[in-house]
Design a protein around this ligand. Structure first.
Ligand SMILES: Nc1ncnc2c1ncn2[C@@H]1O[C@H](COP(=O)(O)OP(=O)(O)OP(=O)(O)O)[C@@H](O)[C@H]1O
Length: 599
């Protein structure tokens, strides 16, 4: 009893889940109402064809039984016409179905990527790439069970059921009543199978996500796997995942098989019962043979709407988990409504001032930046130093508006960044990040991304400005050298050089360099640093550096410890104090001396 109550409760919750899922796709359905309306109109044609065919079969049978061959032959053109109409309706139906569901899925797919591009990095940083990919490769297609022909079926099947029942009741009401006696049982079983399938399909979606996450990590971590000889272990893990997915898929097939068998047993049982009863009615001359044929022909049309409705319910139960997973992304608040695009800055070489005031921030409540205040005048170069995890890169994240401080404010050129559009804010900054990311394509393709309208001459000028033109020319195909996904095929230092040229090409008034030269050898680093000094002229520059010898020239050096400023001043001022900066310099100096002594 308790189990039944639980199932009943679950089915109620499921109805709410289906309703919520529909809310998500409603705007897309509305946009593509035409193919859905077309499918709906075809429903009436199909009902007409079903009844007309049954009627015609009855008439033709009676003509044959009564040896009225002329009448029989006169009905052949009508039979051919109905068949042709049925074929045409089938053709247009599948065309409309593809149009309806294809368009909705296409729009949903585009909307999903658009949304992902607009949501806060807080969400995308938290989500693993494999999980986000699964939304596009698996979840989107799960929605198909709720749109197109499946959606129209919800209206179509009850109408067919009612129309066929009315027609049959006209012939013999008792026979019609017997035919539908099993309806509640078929519907109830369909509902229960739907629940079981929903549970299973949720597990399938989760399992596919786990496998995609695992695969994405395995492919990106291949070098670690190889060097730590983890191949066997990783294969074992994937094998276990794959086995589990296979088990779930088998369970789904089994459940669907059970339900299909149940539908067939119910259908055949009803058919057989009706056949016997109708034969009795014919033998007692209560109905004609033709009426019996028409009646039996329609029995199938009475059963399949019932099993069909249950199958649709089951299909919905498969789609609901997919939509719930998509909703998890779609419910994330976008940072802006319009897709950001590049906004040119009128005077890129005139740096903009930056002001942090009492900024406090933590990821998920864990404090990282603590009442941070700093004033950077236009054109100044400020270096931020400090131990690993002190919060240096987080300051860059906050300045670019990826995360919002929990307290305090940040201003760029006197304007609060929270009030600036993301494209306006980010177009004013060029970043060389700690981890260099290059897209698959040529080096030129990667450089052209810096801003629209760049020419080959601009690219070469920027490379020369960074003392890196010769390096690019030395690559096998120069600027046309192809790099793989995530910059594969180039060394870490080579990738970093391309990233530096890309940042210069952006020609922004603020330069953000997070360990921008850390992967370069010391000679190249020196050359690039000298070149960057020229590029920095007039621009506001924030540099994060571990190698302190590279930041002596900074107008201000900020020492950060656990998100707090512990010291601030020029290199000369700080070195005179016996504070953390001097300690860091001494430590590095000591290391340099050790290296010199050893070499
Ligand atoms: N996206 C994130 N989500 C949660 N915590 C994060 C995230 N990014 C950084 N952190 C945490 O915030 C703290 C500061 O990180 P941050 O990258 O700002 O340090 P950092 O000073 O730049 O370090 P490093 O010199 O090693 O680059 C660290 O403890 C880190 O684990």
């Amino acid at each position: 009893m308790n189990k039944l109550l639980r199932l009943f409760k679950e089915s109620l919750i499921n109805m709410y889940a289906v309703r919520d899922a529909f809310r998500v796709i409603k705007p897309f359905l509305r946009r593509h109402w035409k193919p859905h309306a077309g499918l709906f109109l075809l429903v009436f044609l199909e009902i007409g064809l079903t009844l007309a065919t049954a009627w015609l079969m009855g008439r033709m049978t009676d003509s044959a039984v009564n040896r009225q061959f002329d009448e029989l032959m006169s009905m052949v053109p009508l039979a051919l016409g109905l068949t042709a109409l049925g074929i045409a309706a089938g053709y247009f139906g599948s065309h409309l179905e593809l149009w309806a569901s294809g368009k909705v899925i296409k729009d949903l797919r585009e909307y999903l990527l658009r949304h992902l591009l607009l949501v806060s990095p807080e969400y995308t940083d938290r989500s693993r790439p494999g999980k986000l990919l699964t939304h596009f490769t698996q979840d989107l297609f799960g929605v198909e069970g709720m749109i197109g022909a499946n959606l129209v079926q919800v209206i179509r099947l009850p109408i067919i059921f009612a129309a066929v029942l009315l027609y049959m009741a006209q012939t013999h009401w008792l026979l019609a009543a017997i035919s539908v006696a099993a309806a509640p049982l078929v519907a109830l079983c369909g509902g229960l199978f739907g629940l079981l399938l929903k549970r299973n399909s949720r597990s399938i979606y989760d399992q596919v996500e786990k496998m995609n996450v695992f695969l994405s990590e395995t492919i990106h971590g291949l070098s670690v796997i190889r060097s730590y000889t983890l191949e066997k272990a990783y294969f074992g893990k994937y094998y276990a995942h794959s086995e589990r997915l296979y088990g779930l898929a088998r369970k789904e097939t089994r459940l669907q098989g059970f339900y299909a068998a149940f539908g067939q047993i119910a259908g055949s049982g009803i058919f057989l019962f009706c056949l016997c009863f109708a034969a009795y009615l014919v033998s007692t001359s209560q109905i004609t043979v033709g009426s019996m044929v028409a009646f039996l022909n329609l029995t199938g049309h009475l059963i399949y709407p019932l099993t069909g409705m249950a199958a649709i319910w089951i299909g919905y139960q498969n789609s609901v988990p997919a939509l719930e997973r998509l909703m998890e992304v779609l419910k994330q608040q976008p940072q802006t409504l319009l897709l950001p695009g590049y906004v040119s800055t009128p005077t890129p070489t005139k740096g903009l001032s930056i002001h942090f005031e009492n900024v406090t921030f933590g990821y998920g409540g864990r404090p990282v930046i603590d009442r941070f205040s700093l004033n950077i005048r236009s054109g100044q170069t400020v270096a931020i130093v400090g131990t690993t995890g002190a919060g240096k890169s987080t300051l860059f994240n906050l300045l670019q508006g990826y995360y919002q401080p929990q307290q305090g404010l940040i201003e760029v050129d006197g304007k609060r960044i929270a009030e600036l559009a993301p494209d306006e804010l980010r177009s004013s900054m060029a970043l060389v990040a700690q981890e260099t990311f290059l897209f698959a394509g040529t080096i030129r393709d990667n450089l052209l991304l810096a801003r629209p309208g760049l020419t080959d001459a601009d690219i070469q000028a920027a490379a020369k400005a960074a003392n890196l033109h010769d390096f690019i020319q030395s690559l096998p195909d120069g600027y046309d050298t192809v790099v793989g996904e995530r910059g594969a095929g180039l060394s870490g230092g080579q990738r970093q050089r391309v990233a530096i040229i890309r940042a210069i090409l952006k020609d922004a008034p603020i330069l953000l360099m997070d360990e921008a030269t850390s992967a370069l050898d010391s000679e190249t680093e020196h050359q690039v640093k000298e070149a960057l000094k020229r590029v920095q002229r007039g621009r506001t520059t924030l540099v994060i550096a571990h190698r302190l010898s590279t930041i002596h020239h900074a107008d201000q050096i900020v020492v950060l410890e656990e998100g707090k400023i512990t010291e601030i001043g020029t290199h000369e001022q700080l070195i005179r104090k016996n504070g953390p900066y001097r300690k860091l310099v001494r430590h590095q100096h000591f290391l340099d001396k050790e290296i010199n002594a050893a070499t």
